[in-house]
Each structure stands twice: as C-alpha cells, then as structure tokens.
Unconditional design. Sequence first.
Length: 244
Amino acid sequence: MLMLDLSKEDLEKLIKLQEIDSKIIKLELKLKELPEEIKRFEEIAQTRRNKIARIDERIEELSQKRKELEKIINENYKKIEEAKKKKAQAKNLEDYKEAIKMKAEAEKSIIKATKEIEKILKELNQLFREREKMETSVAEFERKIAKKEEEVQKTQKMLERKLQELGGLREQLISEISPEVVEFYEEKKYEFGGNVFVPVYNKTCTGCSMQVPSAQYTKLLRGEGLVYCPNCGRILFIENGSRG
Ligand SMILES: [Zn+2]
C-alpha cells in the first residue's frame, strides 16, 4: 500500500474529488435503475398476455365441445324420427316398446347435451368477460410503458448531462493534483469501495463507527498531517464548522 503525507490543500481537493466520485456513482446507479420500472410493467403486461392466450385455448376447447354436443343433439333428433317411424310400423308389442324406449333414450340424451351446452355457454360468457378485462389491462400497461419510456429518455438525457459535467469537474480537479496523490486516492478508493476520507462526528469515525482515540483526535484538531482511523484505516477529517 502506498503511504504518503498529503498537504492540507491536497486533502481538501481529494475530499472534493471523493464527493464528485460519489455523485457519479449515484447517478450511474440511477441511470441503470431507470429502465427497471419499464421492465416490471412489461412483465405484468406479458403475464396478462399469457393469460389471454390460456383463455383463448379454453375458449377453443369449449367451442369444440359445444360443436360435438350439437352433433349429438342432431343425431338424437334423427333417432327420435326413426323411433316414431318404428312405433308407427310396429308389428308387435315388443317392437312398439322398443321404439318407445329408443325415443325416451334419445330425448334423455338431448336434455343432457342441452344442459352441458348451457354450462359451456355460461363458462364461455365468463371467459369472454375475463378476456376483455385482460385486454383492457394490457392496453393500459402498454400506455404506461410508452409514457414511462418517454420519461426515462428525458431523465436519461438529464443524468447524462450531469455526468458529463461531473466528469469535467473531475478532470479539472485531477489536473490540479499531482499524479502520485491521485494514484494514492485511487488505490485507497478501491480498497474501501469509495469512502476513503470520512468525517469525524462526536469523536467517532463515520466510516466504521468506532471512537477515535485521543492521540489521533488531538492530531486531527491540530491539523498535523494525515490521521488514519486505527480501526478501519480510512483517513479522518473534521468538516468545516464542526468540532467533534
Ligand atoms: Zn474507522
């Protein structure tokens, strides 16, 4: 690890650089998160579209069933006609009884099929209503997505502009600091995941929440060189206007 003593001026510039870097990280995160909401909306819309597809499958299935039942009804009407003929042409009681039985069975089948069709129609009715609801919802989400996309584009442009500004500020600042000091900062930044310089509040390191020992604290108050937190190793500073 590179150790070096920074001038007060360098320290102030690096703290400023750290502030800029932290803003850049936040903006970049925001930029990345922006399309997330659109993705969520698209997922919901897709779920609804899948539901519509499942409803359509069921509608198709029920329509098929309905056709079959209608065929059964027609066949049984024919059977009734046949039974009537048989009854009229019956030569004995047995034939007569047979014809009556045939007619009764056909009538029973027609009633059963009719009832089933009624049930199917009821379900179809419900499915069509459900389908309409889903379609309205999908359309609503599509509108929301389009609106959100517009918003996101605007925000993206704004954030990109801000990032560019910060990038410019960063470059300007870096040009005012010696390369080894910048290198020192970059190394530390990598080590601590961003926060290299942390303010002390109530004699406590805000990087790790440990109390700063008196020796370090006194050194900090006197402004004598770099003061490291003995616990987490970050560089401590006292913010302007705050004492302790
Ligand atoms: Zn600490």
